[in-house]
Design a protein around this ligand. Structure first.
Ligand code: PLP
Length: 284
């Protein structure tokens, strides 16, 4: 694979990042994952805008314009012949000479910019046919989940807890209400109404979430942005998650309780179709 590191396109085994990089030492960095369909980028403007917001919230300058970022994304997709999959982008606060909790001066310490691609079938996903099983776990992450930082240890542990419990993913619960999945936003559907937690510091503002809710409203579906409980989820007709790498993915059980008939529900299936169709058309 060819990867991008600080202005250079290199074979992955020649790419280097310093051991003093604050991404490595402090998880002091932000990231984006943009999916690729038909060799084109899905929802790129949304990801670029969220990246700028994440950087600004952490007092980091934007090292590249969104036009430059788009060009790098496209170059990597082309060089690696990605027709379907994703582009991962990470920007950290760079590698100052000494390890210090104080942020280095950005004028002296350039940020580290890394991008790489992963080819993966996304549209014809077998999981979309069967649906996912989720378990609930406490949400013990930090209070600024709206910033897309590389602090992913707890979500990664949550995914492992799910695996060990024979499930596919975990929904995190705080003060009795579901926040989101380990790497996705969470939704339930009851009597035709789609319920998903409102935006705030408690969840990542999913780019797929924004697109899917807009499509749902255009299709005259009812959307309620409010918190919901695990009990409510278990009594729902259906459920699903959204993320750049899964699009809309049905959820068929929550903590071992099957939803509806235990198969992917009609709302999730329809939204998945609409999202894929529209994303294909709008991809750049
Ligand atoms: N929530 C969390 C915690 C995530 O990590 C992600 C994606 O990685 C999402 C939600 C979904 O965001 P998006 O649709 O922008 O991929």
């Amino acid at each position: 694979r060819i990867v991008y590191v600080n202005g250079e396109y290199l074979p992955e085994d020649q790419a280097r990042v310093s051991v003093f990089d604050r991404g490595f030492l402090f998880a002091d960095g932000v990231y984006e994952v943009t999916s690729v369909i038909d060799g084109k980028l899905v929802d790129f403007p949304g990801h670029a805008a969220r990246l700028d917001r994440s950087l600004a919230e952490l007092d980091m300058p934007s090292p590249l314009t969104s036009g430059e970022l788009l060009a790098i994304h496209r170059e990597l997709v082309a060089r690696n012949n990605v027709t379907e999959g994703m582009v991962y982008l990470q920007i950290t606060r760079g590698a100052p000479e000494d390890r210090d909790f104080v942020f280095p001066d950005p004028a002296e310490t350039p940020q580290t910019v890394v991008l790489f691609t992963q080819s993966k079938g996304l549209v014809d996903s077998p999981a979309a046919q069967t649906g996912l099983k989720v378990i609930s776990i406490p949400d013990i992450r930090w209070g600024r989940r709206d910033i897309k930082t590389v602090q992913l240890l707890y979500p990664s542990m949550g995914k492992m807890m799910a695996r060990r419990a024979g499930a596919d993913d975990a929904w995190m619960v705080e003060d009795g209400f579901v926040t989101e999945g380990t790497s996705n936003n969470a939704y339930i559907v009851k009597d035709g109404r789609i319920v998903t937690r409102q935006l705030g510091n408690e969840i990542l503002h999913g780019i797929t979430r924004a697109a899917v809710l807009a499509f749902a409203r255009e299709a005259q579906m009812q959307v309620e942005e409010r918190p919901f409980t695990i009990d409510e989820a278990q009594a729902a007709d259906e459920a699903f998650i959204t993320s750049a790498s899964t699009f809309v993915m049905p959820v068929v059980s929550v903590d071992g309780v099957a939803l509806g008939d235990g198969k992917p529900g009609p709302v999730a299936r329809r939204l998945r179709e609409i999202y894929i169709e529209q994303s294909r058309k709008a991809a750049v």
